[in-house]
Design a protein around this ligand. Structure first.
Ligand SMILES: [Zn+2]
Length: 382
């Protein structure tokens, strides 16, 4: 026991010694590698690009934690334990980890690290704001599911929620009602409140209108799978070609080294040539990364849209989950407004197709809608 205590004390001392030197004392965070020679932390030239991209996807592309986690899995990014990063680790291990801007937090201590960084402070700061924004709904507005969904259709002011408790004398019970009403903070406005249950049933009806018939599901999934396979073969071929090119550059580099070693070219020429080749190689590697990442990415929004459109029916009819209903409504529409106790909105891209054609085409061939949705509304590969 004594020995073990001593050992762990010594290990701790060692770790803190390193930390005081500005060196991360344990396994490097994703995007970095432990350099076994210098025992310091180096940037992993490939993985760092993926980590940086993850930050950008969050800040610029509005990716959800789930999508970022999937993106990281695709490129084999691992957490400290060597396993794929879980969605609940994403925030602490990557998105809010100050290590990426040069600060080390370890065992309650905060120390400036001497490792190089590849995430700008600006990007990191923006990411912190997005993370906060994503998390806020969990703590706020819990009781008022429809808060923030719509504006007043008459005066464009925000809609606010409030509760009223009614007491029924006859049955001696209290019932809590939730109302939504215009804040009337901009200009005088004549709009009246709407009760939550009424709003809910209207929204369920609208969402039901946005659903695709269940009998189409298997056809659509087949088409999607076919499109995906085609896309994959295409990008695999491209990647193979680029990898061959990268390999031939490597051979070139080897030959160049031979000529230098044999005294055929002098050092200066060797160095500049070598730089040139390695820059070309880096360009190829970047291209490969980009194809791996973007390859069939245009299919993803389409797939998400499609699965949601099939799910819409279930969500519209399920009695319990208001939050799912609101989430689906938010992804399917925008410009929600309340006018004369009625909710209105504009269907988003893709959904507008379903909205306009689904009911009309329900009796006819589903392929008509498929080709319209794929070719007509901006789901083409970009
Ligand atoms: Zn109003």
């Amino acid at each position: 026991k004594y020995y073990v205590d001593n050992l762990s004390q010594n290990i701790k001392r060692g770790l803190y010694y390193k930390l005081k030197q500005g060196i991360w004392p344990t396994k490097a965070p994703p995007g970095y590698i432990n350099n076994p020679k210098t025992r310091e932390i180096d940037i992993d030239s490939e993985k760092s690009k993926i980590i940086k991209k993850a930050f950008q996807l969050l800040v610029d592309e509005n990716y959800s934690f789930l999508h970022i986690t999937k993106f990281l899995h695709k490129f084999g990014i691992q957490g400290y334990t060597g396993k794929p990063i879980k969605i609940e680790q994403l925030k602490s291990v990557i998105l809010t980890n100050p290590f990426y801007i040069g600060t080390m937090k370890y065992g309650g201590e905060i120390v400036a690290g001497k490792h190089k960084t590849f995430i700008s402070k600006d990007l990191f700061q923006k990411a912190q704001e997005v993370v906060k924004r994503i998390e806020r709904p969990r703590y706020e507005g819990h009781h008022f599911t429809f808060s923030g969904l719509a504006r007043c259709g008459e005066c464009k002011a925000a809609i606010t929620a409030e509760t009223h408790t009614k007491y029924y004398k006859g049955t001696d019970r209290k019932v809590k009602y939730i109302y939504y009403r215009c804040t009337k903070k901009l200009v005088p406005c004549t709009q009246k409140y709407i009760e939550e249950q009424e709003l809910e049933s209207q929204l369920r009806k609208e969402v039901l209108n946005l659903s695709l018939p269940e009998k189409w599901r298997s056809d659509w999934l087949t088409w999607l799978e076919r499109d995906r396979k085609e896309e994959e073969t295409r990008s695999e071929e491209n990647i193979k070609r680029l990898e061959l090119e990268a390999k031939s550059l490597e051979e070139k580099q080897n030959k160049l080294l031979d000529t230098y070693l044999n005294g055929i070219v002098d050092e200066e020429i060797y160095k500049s040539k070598r730089l040139e080749i390695s820059e070309q190689k880096q360009t190829l590697i970047n291209k490969i990364l980009m194809i791996k990442e973007k390859g069939s990415s245009w299919l993803e929004p389409f797939e998400n849209f499609m699965l949601s459109a099939f799910q819409a029916r279930v969500i519209a009819s399920s009695k319990n989950n208001l939050q799912d209903l609101v989430n689906l409504a938010r992804s399917a529409g925008s410009n929600f407004n309340l006018t004369n106790r009625q909710i209105f909105f504009t269907p988003n891209l893709g959904w507008d197709t379903v909205f306009l054609f689904a009911r009309r085409l329900r009796s006819t061939s589903p392929s008509a809608l498929h080709s319209y949705a794929v070719l007509g509304t901006g789901f083409e590969p970009m």
